[in-house]
Ligand binder design. Structure first.
Ligand SMILES: CC(C)=CCC/C(C)=C/COP(=O)(O)OP(=O)(O)O
Ligand SMILES: C=C(C)CCOP(=O)(O)OP(=O)(O)O
Ligand SMILES: [Mg+2]
Ligand SMILES: [Mg+2]
Length: 297
């Protein structure tokens, strides 16, 4: 268990992951414009919440957080590709992300699509090259399976597909929950589950972490919906009101703003409850849960 304060923990690990992401791009023998477009979005900021989940789970299991670096980078690459593609004219058509012009605004649509494709491909390359003294072949395969499932058709891409198909329609709360749990929740879950696999969690710990991740993932996207209504554009680094402009179904739209806040609080409580059932030191995970509930960015 690390002795760093939560703030120090976030700061040191943010620096660590950003340096490492930079190195992966520098090492590529690829066209300059492609490397530039990949690096642009990877280094554009962001809270790095998924990497922090990987590191926090490892810390909770008493492991050195640095062994999670390739997994954390891989997941952040997938997350970044998903945002580049989500912002494209054919999807949400947004021009601001992380406080900067979106990838396609700077590099053009073709390069943005390709930079996203290249990040997704690189993410699995990174996993395939994990240090064999830190991870067994069995763990490595299990990690790749979890990430493939959570990011693919049964996970994030499935959620995004239904999100796109639902634009301009009134959908049920059940359908909205499917969208949120998949387009956002699954990759957050992958961060927690892969951290657990890498850290050697036992079956009880894995079960509790799965429950925790399901509630945290949904809570994260509900908070995102709320920020789209009452957030500060400078802090969130993307346009406020984009969901209404795009005719998206959201928790505030279906439940009212107060209803969405109540649902967020309920999900956070269940996430905390799941965490409390685990027999390990989980203070950074608890801090991250509170951050998800209260975040303004
Ligand atoms: C396969 C793809 C492209 C997946 C995208 C997944 C995703 C969570 C996008 C952001 O959601 P959002 O559009 O609700 O949030 P934001 O306001 O950040 O754009
Ligand atoms: C899944 C959603 C809601 C898209 C934004 O994710 P984040 O809020 O984690 O974005 P960054 O901090 O990485 O920019
Ligand atoms: Mg979207
Ligand atoms: Mg979007």
């Amino acid at each position: 268990m690390s002795s760093l304060s939560f703030r120090q923990f976030l700061q040191t690990h943010k620096e660590l992951i950003e340096q490492e992401l930079k190195k992966y791009i520098e090492q590529l023998n690829a066209p300059a414009v492609l490397k530039e477009a990949m690096d642009y979005s990877l280094q554009a900021g962001g809270k790095r919440i998924r990497p922090m989940l990987v590191f926090s789970v490892l810390d909770a299991l008493g492991k050195d957080t640095s062994i999670g670096l390739p997994v954390a980078c891989s997941i952040e690459m997938i997350h970044t590709y998903s945002l580049i593609h989500d912002d494209l004219p054919g999807m949400d058509n947004d021009s601001l992300r992380r406080g900067k012009p979106t990838n396609h605004i700077v590099f053009g649509e073709a390069n943005a699509i390709l930079a996203g494709d290249a990040l997704l491909t690189l993410s699995f390359g990174v996993l395939s090259e994990m240090n064999q003294t830190e991870v067994t072949a069995e763990q490595q395969i299990a990690i790749m399976q979890v990430i493939a499932q959570c990011a693919g058709a049964e996970g994030m891409i499935g959620g995004q597909t239904v999100d796109m198909a639902s634009e301009g329609k009134t959908i049920s709360l059940e359908e909205l929950e499917y969208i949120h749990e998949h387009k956002t929740g699954k990759l957050l879950s992958a961060s927690i589950i892969t951290g657990a696999i890498l850290g050697g969690a036992d079956n009880d710990q894995l079960d509790a972490l799965r429950k925790f991740s399901k509630h945290l993932g949904l809570a994260f996207q509900i908070r995102d919906d709320i920020l789209d209504v009452e957030g500060n554009e400078e802090l969130i680094g993307k346009p406020v009101g984009s969901d209404v402009d795009n005719n998206k179904s959201t928790y505030p739209a279906l439940l009212t703003l107060n209803g969405a806040k109540e649902k967020l609080a309920a999900e956070i409580n269940q996430a905390i409850h799941a965490l409390e059932s685990i027999r390990f030191e989980n203070s950074y995970l608890m801090d991250l849960t509170k951050l998800v509930a209260e975040r303004n960015m």
